[in-house]
Ligand binder design. Structure first.
Ligand code: ADP
Length: 504
């Protein structure tokens, strides 16, 4: 589109923004799950290892107890073998130490110098911990080692009172953990890639229908009103499509009406203009000296000029009402007198063209409204009745007070062809004219009732039309009834009225 909005490029793209948010969200969730898993795995691994060294420690102590019945030499060998196997199977270090720091098991021959040094170091720590502990068992972490220690009674040693020590290196657990970590990172990267892909697809899914709506709207902006805003699978976008389709159909309708109006107006302008020109020429060339004929021809010119003025007025009124309709200046006025005043404008039709006005108007009814605009409403409705009434040229006008509802009902009825049920709702639309129901050539633009509707809606007054084909139509308006002294409007209006009274 040429008229691309200034700075459009600086605005954020919905697609990219959605994608970014989806990605951040996915990343956050995956990291959170990763951290939680890591902590859970680590904790459960450590508690598993603590349990393991405790079990091994208890098993060794039990065995040492059982060995009481064996001879010392046999007991040593049997226990040494047992400890070696347990150490190997459980990946732990096991020893039995005397309180003085001597190593009872593993037996001397199996120990390297460094192992001997290692266990003597351990003895100090264990002795300290056990003397601190209230029970004869302790589990503690020291550096990167988890240690289980318990006093035991190994009858094969001279003192009998010894410690069983089982140690497990956290380094082993850390190795396992870093393996787990590596797996988690690989899985995490895959999960992130998949999340990015899903985020991209989702953001596309959300923004694609909007892009298609924009493309359709661009087409419509170029004047193609036969477009269809496709409904998407999302509720909000479907609502937007529906609203756009509705707007498009309304614009199409108005566009059609406007074209029709242009055709109508130009046709309606041409006819009186041709007549005016023809009759003016006739006066100049033929009837100039004949006063009777000249007057007749001049009357035609006057009538046609009136018709032209009426046409131009309607078009002007409509555009004025559309632009300044918010300015409704309500005041209290005598509706009865006002209606009589309007009826006066139709007297020439009664006198010159044989129309009959059947009038039933209650005296002294007051209402609060914009007098000038209500004048347009009443004049338009009565004009229509005059224009569309039947051959009997009868028009019924009534203004009656309904005490039960506190309302004044204005009604105007004609005896014309009436309006069909299908046309009835549309007559209030701008530029709408029922085709071929005019009893005689009627001036008109299709704007009169649109003006009436706009004004009455702005006042929030009820109004309507009832019609039966072949019998005529009745148009009605409900006015609120007010007391003549009390204006209904705000202080401005009240002041205005006071002034009016003073002046009066
Ligand atoms: P117009 O200037 O053509 O009269 P209006 O907006 O006043 O325009 O009316 C719209 C259409 O409604 C008219 O063209 C006419 O077909 C129909 N209409 C209005 N009033 C009457 C009526 N009293 N009887 C029959 N048809 C009417």
């Amino acid at each position: 589109m040429k008229s691309e909005r200034k700075g459009l490029k600086r605005l954020r793209s919905l697609n990219v923004t959605l994608w970014k948010y989806f990605c951040f969200f996915a990343l956050f969730i995956i990291l959170l799950i990763g951290v939680i898993c890591y902590v859970i795995v680590q904790n459960s691994f450590l508690s598993f290892m603590q349990e393991k060294i405790r079990t091994v420690g208890v098993t060794v102590s039990d065995r040492l107890d059982d060995a009481k019945n064996l001879s010392p030499a046999v007991a040593y060998l049997a226990m040494d073998e047992f400890i070696e196997r347990e150490s190997f199977e459980n990946n732990v270090n096991i020893a039995v130490l005397t309180p003085d720091g001597d190593i009872v098991l593993p037996i001397e021959q199996r120990l390297s110098d460094s192992e001997r040094e290692y266990w003597s170091g351990v003895q100090d720590i264990v002795g300290e911990r056990l003397s601190d502990s209230e029970t004869s068992v302790t589990i503690f972490a020291e550096g990167n080692m988890y240690t289980y220690a318990a006093t035991t009674d190994f009858a094969a040693t001279p003192s009998g009172n010894n410690f069983v020590v089982v140690r497990y290196s956290v380094d082993i657990a850390n190795d396992a953990m870093s393996n787990v970590q590596r797996y988690m990172i690989v899985v995490g990267i895959f999960a992130i890639l998949i999340a990015f892909l899903i985020a991209y697809t989702m953001s596309q899914k959300v923004s694609d229908p909007l892009k298609s709506l924009t493309a359709t709207a661009n087409k419509m902006a170029k004047g193609d009103y036969n477009v269809n805003f496709a409904s998407a699978e999302y509720q909000e976008i479907a609502q937007l499509s529906d609203a756009l389709n509705y707007a498009c159909s309304e614009i199409k309708k108005t566009d059609g009406f406007q074209k029709e109006l242009l055709a109508n107006v130009s046709h309606d302008l041409r006819t009186p203009l041709t007549m005016i020109k023809a009759y003016a020429s006739m006066i100049k060339e033929i009837s100039g000296d004949n006063p009777e004929k000249r007057n007749q021809h001049l009357q035609v010119i006057i009538d046609e000029a009136d018709r032209l003025a009426g046409l131009v007025n309607d078009v002007l009124n409509m555009s004025k009402i559309s632009s300044d309709i918010n300015q409704i200046n309500k005041k209290v006025f005598n509706l009865t007198e006002f209606l009589y005043g309007i009826m006066k404008k139709f007297e020439y039709l009664r006198d010159m063209q044989g129309y009959t006005f059947m009038i039933d108007i209650d005296p002294d009814l007051y209402t609060c409204a914009d007098e000038e605009k209500i004048g347009q409403v009443l004049y338009n409705l009565i004009s229509n009745a005059v224009n569309y009434t039947g051959e009997d040229k009868k028009v019924f006008v009534s203004l009656k007070y309904d005490p039960a509802r506190g309302r004044i009902k204005f009604k105007v009825r004609d005896t014309g062809k009436g309006i069909s049920k299908e046309d009835l709702p549309a007559i209030w639309d701008r530029y709408y004219r029922v085709k071929e129901n005019h009893a005689r050539p009627v001036k008109g633009t299709g704007l009169g009732l649109a003006i009436v509707k706009t004004i009455l809606e702005k006042h929030a007054f009820d109004f309507g039309a009832d019609s039966e084909l072949g019998k005529g139509s009745e148009f009605w308006v409900d006015f609120p009834e007010v007391s003549p002294e009390l204006p209904e409007e705000g202080p401005e209006q009240a002041d205005e009225n006071k002034d009016a009274k003073k002046n009066g």
